[in-house]
Design a protein around this ligand. Structure first.
Ligand SMILES: Nc1ncnc2c1ncn2[C@@H]1O[C@H](COP(=O)(O)OP(=O)(O)OP(=O)(O)O)[C@@H](O)[C@H]1O
Ligand SMILES: [Mg+2]
Length: 283
């Protein structure tokens, strides 16, 4: 990890403080308490606030600690307010851990971080604010797997498709897979769409999406897929979030699927541009 500006400034001055010298000790003494206890690599990752930063390190080596300390650093240096930081991760467990650790570092302030959570909880919140733009109302229901299967069974029965030969659970798996890859019904490759129910998989996916709208419901995959559609079809809404989030941090980045990646990429682009903006942080 590098911090080019800082290094360049040091070189220009023609002075490099010796490790452990007075200047280094003075800097260490002036460092805020939350930075002490980090190793040099962690500290570098925490203090590098301009441009994207990716932390790659083994299991249990302190990545989440870097992420939470980085949030503390962003807040305490005034680079962003709590509501301007998007901090997401894959599982509820990891999100809880992030919140807990940040709470220990910041105290009550963590309550003021409305955009810290799982992809699904944050994606769901954004979708509720703009539900009518994706043909829902703000109190839409989130279906669990059992509800999803029940609904698909109805669709299979209506289409006279033998549920024994073509189980609803199998179709649910296919639809989840498509959604995790960011594919709406019209975007599913034809060969895959035809792989279920004697060529009717794609049509069933489309019917399922229609039924969800009629029921004012979304499944788990929709919380991101419909969010992506919302952002693509309503650039003004996307711009609002791009402007809001000064920093984006992702824990457990290796677990992100295509839909999560697309959702993040849309949010991390500078308004009106197609490349990731400087200052967004993808973990
Ligand atoms: N520089 C450090 N000095 C001492 N302890 C540390 C340091 N960095 C992290 N730890 C501790 O090591 C443990 C693992 O840290 P952390 O959970 O941040 O690692 P991780 O890389 O996110 O792990 P995982 O791969 O499980 O997600 C924690 O108890 C944390 O407090
Ligand atoms: Mg971790």
């Amino acid at each position: 990890m590098t911090e080019p500006n800082k290094r360049a400034n040091l070189d220009l001055s023609g002075y490099q403080p010796a490790a452990g010298g007075i200047a280094a000790r003075a800097r260490a003494a002036a460092a805020p308490a939350y930075l002490s206890g980090l190793n040099p690599e962690q500290r570098d990752a925490v203090e590098t606030l301009d441009g994207p930063v990716l932390v790659l390190a083994g299991a249990g080596t302190g990545k989440t600690r870097v992420l939470t300390t980085r949030i503390a650093h962003i807040l305490s240096t005034g680079r962003a307010r709590p509501a301007e930081i998007l901090s997401v991760t894959f599982t509820n467990k990891a999100a809880r851990e992030m919140k807990l650790r940040l709470g220990q570092m910041l105290g009550q302030a963590v309550e003021g971080m409305p955009w810290l959570g799982t992809f699904h909880s944050i994606g769901g919140r954004i979708l509720r604010y703009h539900a009518e733009l994706v043909q829902l109302t703000s109190n839409f229901t989130v279906l669990d797997t059992d509800d999803q299967i029940r609904l698909l069974k109805q669709l299979l029965a209506a289409d006279n498709i033998d549920d024994k030969r073509w189980p609803a659970r199998m179709l649910a798996g296919l639809i989840d897979g498509w959604k995790n890859r960011g594919l709406t019904p019209s975007q599913v490759p034809p060969g895959e769409a035809a792989s279920f129910g004697n060529g009717r998989g794609g049509k069933l996916y489309a019917q399922y999406q229609e039924r969800l709208k009629t029921l004012n419901a979304a499944d788990f995959g929709d919380l991101l897929l419909e969010g992506i559609r919302l952002f693509r079809e309503h650039p003004d809404v996307l711009r609002q979030y791009q402007n809001r989030f000064k920093f984006i941090l992702v824990d457990e980045y290796q677990d992100t699927n295509v839909a999560q990646y697309l959702w993040l990429r849309l949010l991390s682009q500078a308004p009106g541009q197609t490349s990731p903006r400087v200052g967004g942080v993808v973990w």
